[in-house]
Write a protein that binds this ligand. Structure first.
Ligand SMILES: *[C@@H]1O[C@H](CO)[C@@H](O)[C@H](O)[C@H]1NC(C)=O
Ligand SMILES: *[C@@H]1O[C@H](CO)[C@@H](O)[C@H](O)[C@H]1NC(C)=O
Length: 413
């Protein structure tokens, strides 16, 4: 009959459409949108000294608080690792719009950022400006320490925070643990308030973990282990231990809010930035991980790096993954936000960390600021891209079928 070819055409069309749709779904990869990383600087010469030690000579030659050769190597390796990890995603050629780097205004963090960038962006053929120097300059942003409200933690000019800290040091639990780490060499313990002790100790101790310098005689392995434990306790006390959420709201939560805002913006189609890199300190990582409640209690080693990665899944949903790279000899540890899956949907993630973000609900002036979280991009909009692709494919197969039917009346036979 007359209608037979049309029916056949329709059948062919449906089958083609089905096959292409299935293929598309199978081929569809989740998309990588943005990654964010906060790392600790590499090995550096000490900034402060015990009266009896002999770091002085080393520092006199290299300058205080400078990245050492080992530190440069550590950071360069971190940069190379990022290049390998994101090679399919980040342009090989340096593009200004793709990456933003910020460092605290300290010599060793600025140097760390530059060493990492040297590993991340070795100049390509067209970028080489001197064949004997396989390096190219990449901008690193900074603000003076006195104005750093993002990376130079803890922010200590806050009466509420000082109060929380004082409370922490007075808890029985803290006092009990603190006693265990007393080292008899330091008589001044008795006369120094814990608050000041925390400050001066941390700075000195942290530069000790893997420094290759000759240590004073009293600094035996046992004493050093104790000191590292002590600095871990002090770091915990600064950002958690007691009233973690309240502290995080004044410390790591501020950084987390900034990161989530960037991540949220990255969903806009016009967004070109692919990577944000923060060069900072052990305290920055601890504060951030405390705010996320994923801190492992250990002093972050040199060049330790916390990654956030934003993906768009094939169903259009956005998810966040977190990793912690604290050992260059093995892959990074996946970190799971408590209460969520490892691959955590962005909405759920934001919901879970909401208590530490210091966004006052119901306040009109602040609402504008928090809109980015409350008005998350609706799912239908997220799906638009995928629906468009399907419609495109279906239209194409329909057109080709029509063409076949019209141009070849005898087709299919
Ligand atoms: C550490 O010190 C030793 C002895 O001075 C030296 O041989 C070695 O190269 C140093 N290692 C690093 C990584 O600087
Ligand atoms: C590195 O992080 C993992 C996960 O938190 C932890 O289990 C491990 O002990 C850490 N290693 C070091 C050297 O800090």
């Amino acid at each position: 009959s007359n209608t037979e070819p049309i029916t056949r055409c329709l059948c062919i069309f449906l089958v083609t459409a089905l096959i292409t749709s299935i293929t598309k779904i199978l081929l569809l990869q989740r998309e990588f949108h943005l990654f964010y990383q906060v790392f600790r600087h590499g090995d550096h010469t000490p900034q402060e000294f015990f009266p009896t030690d002999n770091h002085r000579e080393v520092a006199r030659q290299q300058g205080y608080g400078q990245l050492t050769k080992l530190g440069i190597q550590q950071q360069y390796e971190l940069g190379q690792y990022m290049r390998r990890r994101y090679s399919y995603f980040l342009s090989v050629v340096y593009k200004q719009c793709e990456i933003y780097v910020q460092s605290t205004d300290c010599d060793h963090t600025l140097m760390s950022a530059q060493a990492s960038l040297a590993g991340l962006y070795p100049p390509t053929q067209g970028e080489i400006w001197n064949p004997r120097i396989l390096w190219q300059p990449i901008p690193v942003h900074t603000v003076p320490l006195s104005h750093d409200n993002l990376l130079y933690l803890p922010f200590s000019h806050c009466p509420r925070y000082s109060e929380l800290l004082r409370e922490t040091f007075e808890t029985r639990d803290f006092q009990r643990q603190f006693k265990q780490y007393k080292v008899k060499y330091f008589q001044f313990w008795k006369s120094t308030p814990i608050k000041d002790l925390a400050k001066c100790w941390k700075k000195k101790l942290i530069s000790w973990d893997i420094n290759n310098y000759t240590l004073p005689v009293w600094a035996t392995h046992g004493v050093r282990t104790k000191l590292i434990k002590l600095s871990e306790l002090l770091l915990q006390a600064e950002f958690g231990f007691h009233k973690r959420i309240q502290k995080s709201r004044l410390q790591g939560g501020i950084l987390l809010k900034n990161i989530l805002k960037h991540i949220s913006d990255a969903r806009k189609p016009s967004h070109q930035q692919k990577m944000v890199m923060y060069s900072a300190h052990a305290a920055t990582i601890v504060a951030l991980q405390m705010a996320l409640n994923v801190f492992n209690g250990k002093l972050p080693p040199y060049s330790a790096c916390h990654f956030f990665e934003l993906y768009q899944e094939t169903n259009g949903q956005y998810t966040i993954e977190m990793y912690y790279r604290n050992n260059s000899l093995r892959g990074p540890h996946p970190l799971t936000l408590p209460g969520c899956k490892f691959r955590c949907p962005l909405e759920r993630f934001t919901q879970l960390v909401y208590p530490v973000l210091d966004i006052k609900r119901g306040k009109l002036s602040v609402l504008g600021q928090s809109r980015w979280i409350l008005n998350s991009i609706p799912v239908w909009y997220q799906n638009v891209k995928h629906i468009q692709a399907h419609i495109g494919i279906l239209t194409l197969s329909l057109l080709s079928c029509l063409y076949l039917c019209i141009r070849m009346p005898n087709f299919p036979p």
